[in-house]
Design a protein around this ligand. Structure first.
Ligand code: HEC
Ligand code: HEC
Ligand code: HEC
Length: 441
C-alpha cells in the first residue's frame, strides 16, 4: 500500500515519527480505515468517473457532456499540487457530501453528491484515509470546463444546490423495520448512487426522488445514458424486477448475469468496477431493500410464458412479423423458445429490458452488439455480435417487435423510424474479421 506522508492524517504522522516499535498498533489503526475506505470507494464507484480509459486511477479528466458544454472529472489522488493532497478531512467531506470545494465553489451534480450526502461520518473518514494513504499521488492538472462565459460561472450551481441537494444529516436506519433492509437502503441511496441513473429527473436535472420516502419515482427507470436505458428497479412484474428473487438480484450484481438477463451498456461498468467487489452480505442487503419497493405506474400483469411462438418456429412457420429475421440471426443463441442459455445467452422472453415502454436499449444492443464481461465469480465472457451493419432499420424494427410480442412478452411494436433515431446516436460497426477475410454486403 502506498503512503503519502504529506497527508494530514494523524495516525500516519504518528507511525512515521514514533518509528518501528510503535508501528504495529498505530499502523493497524491507520491501515484498517484505509482498507475499509478502499472497499467503500468501490461501492461508490469513484474510479468509474474519476479515471480515463488507460489513465492512472483517480487522476480525473473524464469528459461529461452537459446541456451547456463539457465538464471534466477532477484529480482526486493525494498529489499535493494538482490533486487533493492538501485537503483536510472537512474539505473532503464537504465536497463529497455537499458538493462544495474548499474555495466555496459548487460542483456540478455530475458528481453524485446528492446521493453521497447520506454517508456516515465513519464511512467518510475511511474514504478519506484511503484517498490519502491508499491511492498513489498522480500529478495531473484538472481540465477547465468547456463552457462559454457567462454560463461557466458557478454561482448558479450554488442556487441549484440550495434548492435540490439534500441536507447532510445522519442516515436514519430506524425508518426501516429490518436492519438488513436498512443497510441496503443506505448503500443503494448513498454510495451506490443507483438513482443517479435509475431515477427519472426533472427538467432542472434533479432526481425526482432521492429515497423511497420521496415517492414512487424513486428507481422507476431513468433517461438513456449513452444510449442505454436504465430500467425500473421497482416491483413492476414486467418492466421492473418484480419477478426476480433476492438471489437473482445478488447474482446479477455479483456476476453480471442471472437466469433472466445479462448486464450490458452502462450497467456493465457498474458491475465491473463496483458491485462485483462487494461482499455477499452487502449485496444481499441491497437486494432485500430493492425487493421492498412496490410497483409504480400503470398496473402490469405478471409475465406468463406462452409456447405459441416457439411452436411455430420449431414447425418452420416464420410468418409472424420479424420471425424470419429472428430465425436467421438470433435463434442459435437465444433459442426458439426465447429462453436463451442459462447465464450464457440471456432469455429475451419475459425480459424487462425487452418489454419496457421505451425500446432504446433493445434497439441499441441489436445495432451495436455487446459483450458480457467476465467477473470474478463468472470469468467467462460472451459476445453478442452487432447487427446494425447488415440489418436495415425495418429488419431491426421487425425483429424487435417479434421479441417484444413473443413467448408471453407484452411490449408494443417498434417502428423503423424509432430504429433510425437510435441509429443516429450510437456507434454501428461491423465485427472484426480475421486477417485476409472480408465482408461484403
Ligand atoms: C458519476 C460520476 C462520478 C462519481 C461516481 C464520482 N464522482 Fe467525484 N466528481 C465527478 C465530477 C464530474 C467532478 C467535477 C465536478 C465539477 O467540476 O464541478 C467530481 C468532483 C469530485 C471532487 C472535487 C474535486 C475538486 O478538485 O474540486 C471530489 C473530492 C470527488 N469528486 C470525490 C469523489 C469520490 C470520493 C467519489 C466516490 C465515493 C466520487 N467522487 C464519485 C464525478 C463523479
Ligand atoms: C451509470 C448508470 C447506472 C448506475 C449508476 C446503475 N445502473 Fe443499473 N442499469 C443501468 C443500465 C443502463 C441498465 C440496463 C442494462 C441492463 O439491464 O444491464 C441497468 C440495469 C440494472 C439491472 C437489471 C434490470 C433488468 O430488468 O434487467 C439491475 C438489477 C440494476 N441495474 C441494479 C443497479 C443497482 C443496484 C445500482 C446501484 C448499486 C445500479 N444499478 C446503478 C445503468 C446504471
Ligand atoms: C452469438 C450469440 C448471439 C446472437 C447471434 C445474438 N445474441 Fe443477443 N445476446 C447475446 C449475448 C452474449 C448477450 C449478452 C450481452 C451482454 O450482456 O453484454 C445478448 C443480449 C441480448 C439482449 C439483451 C437481453 C439482456 O437481458 O441482457 C437482447 C434483447 C438480445 N440479445 C436479442 C438478440 C436478437 C434479437 C438477436 C438477433 C438479431 C440476437 N440477440 C443475436 C448473444 C447473442
Amino acid at each position: 500500500m502506498k503512503k503519502n506522508f504529506f497527508s494530514t492524517c494523524a495516525n500516519v504522522a504518528r507511525v512515521t515519527i514514533a518509528g518501528a516499535a510503535f508501528t504495529t498498533f498505530a499502523a493497524q489503526a491507520a491501515e484498517q480505515p484505509a482498507a475499509r475506505g478502499e472497499y467503500l470507494a468501490r461501492a461508490g464507484d469513484c474510479i468509474a468517473c474519476h479515471t480515463i480509459q488507460g489513465g492512472k486511477p483517480f487522476a480525473g479528466g473524464l469528459k461529461f457532456d452537459t446541456p451547456i458544454g463539457a465538464i471534466y472529472s477532477t484529480n482526486i489522488t493525494p498529489d499535493v499540487n494538482t490533486g487533493i493532497g492538501k485537503w483536510s478531512y472537512d474539505d473532503f467531506a464537504r465536497a463529497v457530501r455537499q458538493g462544495v470545494r474548499p474555495n466555496g465553489e459548487t460542483l456540478y451534480p455530475a458528481m453524485p453528491y446528492p446521493s453521497y450526502a447520506r454517508l456516515s461520518d465513519d464511512d467518510m473518514k475511511a474514504l478519506y484515509a484511503y484517498f490519502m494513504q491508499g491511492v498513489a499521488p498522480v500529478p495531473a492538472h484538472n481540465r477547465a470546463v468547456d463552457i462559454p462565459w457567462p454560463l461557466s460561472m458557478r454561482w448558479p450551481l450554488g442556487i441549484w444546490r440550495t434548492l435540490f441537494a439534500p441536507k447532510v444529516q445522519p442516515f436514519d436506519a430506524s425508518r426501516y423495520n429490518d436492519a438488513i433492509v436498512a443497510r441496503g437502503a443506505y448503500l443503494v441511496q448513498g454510495l451506490g448512487h443507483c438513482g443517479a441513473c435509475h431515477t427519472p429527473r426533472a427538467r432542472t436535472m434533479q432526481e425526482l426522488a432521492l429515497t423511497d420516502l420521496e415517492g414512487d419515482d424513486f428507481l422507476s427507470g431513468g433517461a438513456p445514458v449513452d444510449g442505454w436505458l436504465p430500467s425500473s428497479l421497482r416491483g413492476n412484474p414486467r418492466t421492473g424486477i418484480g419477478a426476480w428473487s433476492e438471489d437473482d438480484i445478488v447474482r446479477f450484481l455479483k456476476s453480471g448475469r442471472n437466469l433472466h438477463t445479462a448486464a450490458f451498456g452502462g450497467m456493465t461498468d457498474v458491475v465491473q468496477h463496483s458491485t462485483q467487489h462487494m461482499d455477499d452480505a452487502d449485496l444481499l442487503a441491497m437486494a432485500r431493500y430493492l425487493k421492498t419497493l412496490p410497483a409504480s405506474g400503470a398496473k402490469e400483469t405478471p409475465h406468463a410464458y406462452d409456447p405459441a411462438a416457439a411452436g411455430k418456429l420449431q414447425n418452420g412457420d416464420a410468418s409472424a412479423r420479424g420471425a424470419a429475421v429472428y430465425r436467421d440471426n438470433c435463434m442459435a443463441c437465444h433459442r426458439s423458445d426465447g429462453r436463451g442459455y442459462m447465464r450464457v445467452f440471456p432469455a429475451p422472453g419475459g425480459n424487462p429490458v425487452v418489454q419496457g415502454k421505451d425500446p432504446t436499449s433493445l434497439i441499441h444492443v441489436l445495432l451495436s452488439g455487446s459483450t458480457l464481461k467476465g467477473t470474478k465469480s463468472a470469468p467467462s465472457s460472451f459476445t453478442m455480435p452487432p447487427f446494425g451493419w447488415r440489418l436495415s432499420d425495418q429488419e431491426v424494427a421487425d425483429v424487435s417487435t417479434f421479441v417484444r410480442t413473443s413467448w408471453g412478452s407484452a411490449g408494443a411494436p417498434v417502428s423503423a423510424e424509432a430504429v433510425a433515431k437510435v441509429r443516429r446516436t450510437v456507434t454501428v460497426s461491423a465485427p472484426e474479421m480475421p486477417p485476409g477475410a472480408s465482408l461484403k454486403r
